[in-house]
Ligand binder design. Structure first.
Ligand code: PGA
Length: 247
């Protein structure tokens, strides 16, 4: 594969501080040389409370690391929130924003996700901007309308230079057991690239990526990598995806 591939693990609300330390006792295992692979970027996104051991482990094995959310104001009366300066002190460089769980369980609106994305870029960090439809929206034929709304909300407030620095992640919330086929994922990623208006942007696909389907997904022309949930929680299953990319 000649394009650069991104393998990002989204741990969601899993892996405590101690479990993160344990993860890096086994990771990257026999794949130590992957840090010298210029065609690959591996990353892990952990809960805030696991960021310290994550930063130590990630620096040791040469992967990027980040958080799964942030608020756009630098400080103040925002109980329960975490700011960009707080994450910077942990050397965080990448932040997932607008994940389908933030949109659907915590009701984050498009405008808020857009403001967060802009703030992260202004701080010199990389947002991993997630977007995608629910199963209901797909079945009612609204996939592209929903995604256009989500993407336009952010693109409207970014300069073209800023939009080029975002890592986009198409993550359909289509539910357990109903994963997008490689062709469906490719169709959306290709469409997104055209909507964003820059053929060079990085677009990942997320949704039940695992060792058995990674190679097919990653060989699609408009899919630059994977945002992996469940299969990234344990070193063995995450490394299986790396093995599939290599093999
Ligand atoms: P999954 O999660 O790989 O467990 O489907 C992906 C995600 O939602 O980030």
């Amino acid at each position: 594969m000649s394009k650069k591939i991104y393998l990002y693990g989204n741990w969601k609300m899993n892996n405590t501080y101690r479990e993160t330390e344990k993860f890096f006792e086994e990771f990257p295992g026999v794949y130590e040389p992957f840090k010298n692979d210029a065609g690959l970027e591996v990353g892990i996104f952990a809960p805030f409370t696991s960021l310290w051991p994550l930063s130590q482990g990630a620096k040791k094995c040469g992967i990027v690391f980040g958080a799964q959310n942030v608020y756009y104001e630098p400080k103040g009366a925002f109980t329960g929130e975490i700011s960009i300066p707080m994450l910077k002190e942990y050397d965080v460089t990448h932040i997932i924003l607008g994940h389908s769980e933030r949109r659907h369980i915590f009701f984050e609106p498009d405008e808020m996700i857009a403001k967060k994305t802009k703030a992260v870029l202004e701080a010199g960090m990389t947002p991993v901007f997630c977007y995608g439809e629910t199963l209901e929206e797909r079945e009612s034929g609204n996939t592209f309308t929903v995604m256009e709304r989500q993407l336009k909300a952010v693109l409207d407030i970014l300069t073209p230079e800023e939009a080029a620095k975002v890592i986009y992640a198409y993550e359909p919330a289509i539910g357990t057991g109903k994963t997008a086929t490689p062709d469906q994922a490719e169709e959306v990623c290709k469409w997104s690239r055209e909507l964003i208006g820059n053929p060079k942007v990085v677009i990942l696909y997320g949704g039940s990526v695992k060792g058995s389907n990674a190679k097919e997904l990653l060989s699609m022309p408009d899919i630059d990598g994977a945002l992996v949930g469940g299969a990234s929680l344990k070193p063995a299953s995450f490394l299986e995806i790396y093995g599939a990319y290599k093999g």
